[in-house]
Design a protein. Structure first.
Ligand code: HEC
Length: 142
């Protein structure tokens, strides 16, 4: 039977840090962790962890097969606040219920999860903060 992680009790059992959503943002860093933009860049470019490039294009990066399913991430640091970026990574479906972007910090209601990954988030809290720190540096000029 699939475990339910949607209520607070089960979320903390799965080791998820609590966060508060204010408007369309999560203003406070997960667990108060400090993000490292360099590590965040590696996560975004890594085809095995974030796999963001399957859907997004990044500015000034020599990577083939950048995706077009999501908006290009150039200038995202100017368009969105860090809190807005954080919520979009944690769980884009809070903003758009029919989004195809996977939630990176949620363990409930995921489909097609291999048994060994049940109860794990796609990215850890530190990795979310690293990616938030990196994306915040992206301005529209390359
Ligand atoms: C399966 C495709 C897919 C993947 C993988 C994906 N995204 Fe997205 N992303 C989208 C789509 C589509 C949107 C547009 C918003 C929506 O769907 O509601 C989006 C929106 C965003 C936004 C908001 C952009 C804006 O201008 O409003 C950010 C930031 C973002 N994604 C970052 C990421 C990062 C970082 C990763 C990797 C950790 C990632 N995405 C992985 C599809 C994807």
């Amino acid at each position: 039977m699939a475990a339910c992680f949607s209520c607070d009790a089960h979320a903390s059992e799965a080791g998820l840090l609590a966060y508060d959503i204010v408007g369309d943002a999560v203003p406070a860093a997960l667990g108060g962790l400090l993000g490292d933009p360099e590590r965040g860049r590696e996560i975004v470019l890594d085809r095995r962890s974030g796999n963001c490039l399957i859907c997004h294009a990044l500015p000034a990066i020599d990577q083939h097969f950048q995706g077009e399913l999501g908006p290009a991430l150039a200038g995202v640091g100017e368009r969105l606040s860090t809190g807005q970026i954080r919520l979009r990574l944690i769980d884009q479906s809070r903003i758009n219920a029919t989004t195809i972007m996977p939630p990176y910090y949620r363990v409930d209601a995921l489909s097609h999860v291999a048994p060994e990954y049940i109860g794990q988030t796609a990215l850890q809290a530190q990795q979310i903060e690293d990616v938030v720190a990196y994306l915040s540096t992206l301005s529209s000029s390359p």
